[in-house]
Design a protein around this ligand. Structure first.
Ligand code: R1P
Ligand code: MN
Ligand code: MN
Length: 395
């Protein structure tokens, strides 16, 4: 074992520029970090991310983020091989389970048989039934939902069924039961859907509806063992912070924390860093994605990056010599791009330990499974052959 504790941190949706296969997804020219930097015109202050090579990993530096002269960190990019570009595909691939066959998506809405079953089970009428931004669809249909007690059912470019309802009209328990039922309809073979998402909201009317932290994701169970399971089975302590628990349906996780926000997530990281353990802590910070990427809000996105960077400074200061930190992302979500979906991008890879004597480029890694393979290698745990460890490159 080289490092006693490994912290893997996913900045959800912080892409590093269009992937070579971006055109297949209609995402040519997307570049989350580059375009946020451009939007801030030199004022995107990310000193800590810069120090560990955030601009070094790019062909063109991010505006306002200097290329570090001599970073005592390793930097590169990762390229996804999974068919989809959502969180589940990205995280599963990092943990040795690429999703090679595309899951079901519904660009024209859900088929009638699914809608009929949902209506029969719930005794409620389904409205919406199309791909749409979640905040837009509740602004449009929320009042009708409240009047009639309907279910707003919608999707996106991802493999998701999302069900929105006002918390005062459909109690959370009931909404979750309907989602569980929806989950049971799409576990294959006809439809295989990544996630069912309960989207409760509150507020008086369409101008003032807000979604609550009672969102719940009902994720497809991992279709095979992941590196999380392998680590746990080998007796390595595995901690999940944020969406990690949902994404792996709790598999391979010994200790889990739910995040209310990115800053709450960083509180959890600070807390876990104070614990004495030998193991892997896998963290997801979702605000970049849910609050700013899908909302196409580059101001909010950049501010969230700067807030994160400040907290990262504390983490870097608090790390022990035998700690390893690996920062990456699961996909892009360029807030200056058309639409409201994720963007097919390469993702940053930043690797730091206070014990490094040098630093340098890790190049372009593919698949994302190199990430998990490195964690397994560190703890001497055998993998499934997906991905190549870069542990030996870290000096
Ligand atoms: O527009 P909202 O409801 O935030 O939905 C977004 O969030 C979903 C899950 O992260 C994505 O599939 C995307 O559709
Ligand atoms: Mn994501
Ligand atoms: Mn998303």
């Amino acid at each position: 074992m080289k490092f006693k504790r490994v912290f893997g941190l996913v900045m959800d949706s912080v892409g590093a520029g269009a992937a070579p296969d971006a055109a297949k997804y209609g995402d040519e020219g997307s570049d989350t970090l580059g375009h946020v930097g451009h939007h801030f015109a030199g004022k995107l202050a990310l000193p800590n991310l810069a120090k560990i090579g955030l601009s070094n990993l790019r062909d063109t530096p991010i505006e306002g983020v200097p290329v570090a002269d001599n970073p005592h960190a390793y930097y590169g990019k990762m390229r996804e091989i999974s068919a989809g570009k959502d969180s589940m595909d990205g995280h599963w691939e990092m943990m040795g389970l690429p999703v090679r066959k595309a899951l079901s998506t519904f660009p024209n809405g859900f088929p009638q048989d699914i809608i009929d079953k949902l209506e029969a089970f719930s005794g409620r009428k389904v409205i919406g039934n199309r791909p749409e931004s979640g905040t837009k669809i509740i602004a449009e249909l929320g009042e009708q939902q409240m009047e009639k007690g309907d279910l707003i059912v919608y999707t996106s470019g991802d493999s998701v069924i999302q069900i929105a309802a006002h918390e005062d009209i459909i109690p959370l328990d009931e909404l979750y039961k309907i989602c569980e039922y929806a989950r049971s309809l799409v576990n294959g073979p006809e439809y295989l859907v990544g996630r069912i998402i309960a989207r409760p909201y509150v507020g008086p009317d369409g101008q003032h509806f807000t979604r609550t932290a009672n969102r719940r994701d009902f994720t497809l169970e991992p279709t095979a063992e992941t590196d999380m399971d392998r680590l746990q089975a080998a007796g390595v302590h595995v901690v999940g912070v944020g969406k990690i628990n949902d994404i792996f349906s709790g598999h391979g996780i010994d200790e889990g924390y739910h995040n209310e926000s990115n800053m709450d997530g960083m509180d959890h990281v600070d807390h876990v860093m104070k614990e004495d353990f030998t193991g892997f802590c896998f963290i997801n910070l979702v605000d970049f994605d849910a609050m700013y990427g899908h909302r196409r809000n580059p101001d909010g996105f950049g501010n969230a990056l700067m807030d994160f960077d400040k907290r990262l400074g504390t983490v870097l200061d608090n790390m022990n010599d035998d700690d390893l930190l690996m920062i990456t992302a699961d996909h892009g979500n360029d807030p200056t791009f058309t639409g409201s979906d994720h963007t097919r991008e390469q993702v940053p890879l930043l690797v730091y330990s206070p014990s490094f004597k040098q630093g340098g480029s890790l190049g372009v890694r593919s698949p994302f499974a190199d990430f998990g393979a490195t964690v397994l290698d560190n703890f001497g745990v055998a993998g499934n052959g997906e991905g190549h460890s870069f542990l030996a490159d870290l000096k």
